[in-house]
Design a binder for this molecule. Structure first.
Ligand code: SF4
Length: 63
């Protein structure tokens, strides 16, 4: 994972619904597991009604 990947992916990069998949060739995909949304949304996702920060602790920016 990298800053470049975070930019390319957008919100899914940090979303609890996202599942990061690495293919045999090394390509990285982000699959969305939120019900009612496309499994493979066009990236980057810049706005999403189901976005939920991973970790279950919203707003935590401690370090
Ligand atoms: S819920 Fe939205 S932000 Fe989260 S993985 Fe799915 S498309 Fe991406």
């Amino acid at each position: 994972m990298s800053v470049e990947e975070a930019r390319r992916v957008g919100l899914c990069f940090r979303c609890a619904h996202a599942h990061r998949v690495v293919s045999a060739k090394g390509s990285v995909f982000y699959r969305c597991r939120a019900p009612g949304l496309p499994k493979y949304p066009p990236l980057p996702v810049i706005a999403c009604p189901r976005y939920r920060p991973r970790g279950g602790d919203e707003g935590g920016e401690g370090g």
